[in-house]
Design a protein around this ligand. Structure first.
Ligand code: INI
Length: 157
């Protein structure tokens, strides 16, 4: 029996090309997600010139943008960042559900990891807890996941 894993804390991002797609809806939150993601990428050795940050209007627009970037042959991973807050919308489930399904489809269709860094919370306070508050920083976590998946997939048959 074989076993393969990479140490998530020691992945070296040198030479990796990463796209960060961030939605402007709930921008006070999503800007922090993007800052955290870029901080981790650069801290792990990704050249700032190799990070492409793309803004989209809302979380619903993340999948088509992720698919375009993932199929370009020019990025190793796509990090999708957004904040869907239930209090704001009766169509929360559609926006959040379609974002999740579409981002996953972009990854499955292309083989390029597309990370789901979309907060889905009931309140703005719960979202704030996830950008460096009580519940960690989901932008930083999304970046670490992207680096791990690039490294992991490179090592698999
Ligand atoms: N988009 C979000 O990213 N978060 C939300 O909370 C949200 N709400 O509340 O509606 C939201 N809606 C916009 C949506 O993502 C699309 O941009 C819009 O429907 C146009 O396609």
């Amino acid at each position: 029996m074989g076993r393969y894993a990479v140490n998530p804390e020691s992945v070296d991002g040198t030479g990796m090309r990463i796209a960060v797609v961030v939605s402007r809806f709930n921008e006070a939150v999503t800007a922090s997600l993007a800052e955290g993601a870029c901080r981790v990428l650069e801290g792990r050795g990704v050249d700032p010139e190799s990070i492409l940050v793309v803004e989209v209007p809302g979380a619903f627009e993340l999948p088509v943008t992720a698919k375009r970037l993932a199929s370009s042959g020019q990025v190793d991973a796509v990090i999708c960042l957004g904040a869907v807050i239930r209090g704001d919308t009766p169509h929360f489930d559609y926006v959040a559900g379609e974002a999740a399904a579409g981002i996953n489809r972009a990854a499955l269709d292309t083989g390029v990891p597309c990370v789901f860094g979309v907060l889905t919370t009931d309140t703005l306070d719960q979202a704030r807890d996830r950008i460096g508050g009580a519940a960690g920083h989901k932008g930083e976590e999304a970046a670490a996941t992207a680096l791990e998946m690039v490294s992991l997939l490179r090592g698999l048959p």
